[in-house]
Design a protein around this ligand. Structure first.
Ligand SMILES: Cc1cc2nc3c(=O)[nH]c(=O)nc-3n(C[C@H](O)[C@H](O)[C@H](O)COP(=O)(O)OP(=O)(O)OC[C@H]3O[C@@H](n4cnc5c(N)ncnc54)[C@H](O)[C@@H]3O)c2cc1C
Length: 309
């Protein structure tokens, strides 16, 4: 892993920087690149605009590791409100939630309760609920949550990270459940004994996992969402799907708001299902630093935002 990426991921965990950075005068401008605003309303407005371009969306309120059960209750209530608004506006939008924002550190059973409530509300709208994957200590607890919720709700998907060595086994264990799987490379700072340190190896692992997902998708055994901005991988996945006789419309790609926007529209125009994940909320600092770490060149963008012109 490059030094820049390591430092940025360390910075994402710094309480001191979390307090200082958002107050800097240029922070707002820098963050706007990746999120349309801090309120759910900003995300819903952006979702409506994207729908005009043939893009559907996933909405997520930033925040993690809540410290009180009452905070998690508020987050769950918030998402119910967002789902109501999605229904009212007739948007093709889903939600994605972080287990630790729904209290996983405090009470797993209560978190399952929140997830079940959100899954049921999503089901009523004919939408899916997505569960994010956080750093490695949360993988087993998150998969446990997923299994518990999946046992009663079919419309629930979970994120798996290609940088972890274990993920092929996790995927094999989940496939009999007819799951929803969002495949990502992985955004956290993980040690070499559990995660591939080299990008090339992560990419090859991603492709092997994608192959398994494509085969399962052909059997109707999974809802697979390939969440990556890596256009070389996108091309390879599309080619493999074609070789297997799959139509473009059987493929789903997901990307983040503000990243590779032109390619998002192109994929949709080519007939691929394309969802854009829109983040919003006040607790954006650690999430924002992870976005910078994915492309340390973005630090230049932040530096430019700090200039007065
Ligand atoms: C819909 C969605 C959901 C996600 N959910 C999770 C999750 O639950 N858990 C988790 O650990 N991770 C999650 N991620 C993040 C993911 O793990 C990666 O960190 C992130 O997607 C970057 O990896 P990449 O596949 O785009 O490939 P990379 O090799 O990192 O990037 C490929 C190319 O995309 C462009 N790019 C990538 N990131 C950026 C950026 N920030 N700014 C500008 N250009 C960029 C660059 O041109 C880069 O060369 C999610 C990503 C997406 C798209």
């Amino acid at each position: 892993m490059s030094l820049g990426r390591t430092l940025l991921l360390r910075a994402s965990q710094s309480d001191r920087l979390r307090g200082v950075f958002p107050r800097l005068p240029f922070a707002d401008r820098a963050v706007r690149r990746f999120m349309p605003g801090e309120q759910a309303e900003d995300a819903l407005n952006a979702a409506r605009v994207l729908e005009g371009d043939g893009l559907t969306t996933v909405l997520t309120q930033l925040g993690e590791n809540v410290r009180e059960p009452a905070e998690a209750d508020l987050v769950a209530d918030h998402y119910v409100g967002v789902l109501d608004e999605i229904a009212r506006q007739g948007l093709d939008a889903e939600i994605s939630v972080k287990p630790t924002q729904l209290g996983l550190d405090l009470d797993a059973d209560r978190t399952i309760g929140h997830l079940e409530r959100l899954a049921a509300r999503s089901r009523a709208l004919d939408r899916w609920l997505w569960i994010d994957m956080e750093s490695s200590p949360y993988v087993d607890p998150t998969l446990d949550l997923y299994r518990a919720v999946r046992a009663r709700h079919t419309n629930v998907g979970v994120c798996l990270q290609a940088y972890l060595y274990r993920t092929a086994d996790d995927l094999a264990g989940l496939l009999p459940l007819y799951p929803g799987i969002r495949l990502v490379k992985g955004a956290y700072n993980e040690p070499e004994d559990i995660a591939y340190p080299r990008k090339r190896d992560v990419d090859e692992h991603y492709m092997r996992l994608a192959e398994t997902l494509l085969n399962a998708q052909r059997r109707g055994a999974v809802r697979a969402a390939f969440a990556t901005h890596d256009l070389a991988l996108v091309t390879r996945i599309r080619e493999r799907a074609q070789e297997k006789g799959m139509e473009a419309g059987e493929l789903e790609f997901q990307m983040l708001y503000g990243i590779r926007s032109a390619q998002q529209r192109r994929l949709a125009a080519d007939g691929c299902r394309t969802r854009v994940l829109i983040s919003y909320g006040e607790a954006w600092f650690p999430w924002y630093m992870r976005r910078l770490a994915e492309r340390p060149a973005n630090v230049w963008f932040v530096a430019r935002s700090a200039l007065p012109w």
